[in-house]
Design a protein. Sequence first.
Length: 165
Amino acid sequence: MYGKKGDTWFTIIFCGCFLLIGVVFTGIAICFLFGDDASAGAITAGFGFMGVLFVGIGAAFLLGRNRKKRIAEKVRTEGRRLDAVVTSVNVNTSYSMNGRNPFVVNCQVTDGTTIHTFRSQNIWFDPSPAIWTGMDISVYVNRDNYDEYWVDTDTPLASTEVISH
């Protein structure tokens, strides 16, 4: 599973609000554009700019999220599977929702003299009982571009029951 169900709904609502506000601003700009007031040029430009800006922000968030999901699905089905070693399980302090920070699993693969490091998607509970430092974990990569990858935290976490209160 990619992300958390609540995280997905939050993103959709967040992006939807930006898109809605952008459409409203653009609609107001169009009303001023076709209105009778000749001095409304600055108002039209301002509302039009704000409309395009808000629509752009909302669309960029949605497209970025969908791109990550597509990459994860593609490397799971068509990519190369690597056996990585977990180097750490950390709290992702660069992201928070409702005052909580997710966990991430960091792992690495040694390929001859090259070390490739990978970071999992956000996990909204402590995965330490099922994933620990030193254990092997699967990483799926694009055969041509190792920057497109997915760390398989679902398999080791499948046997862990999580009950949120």
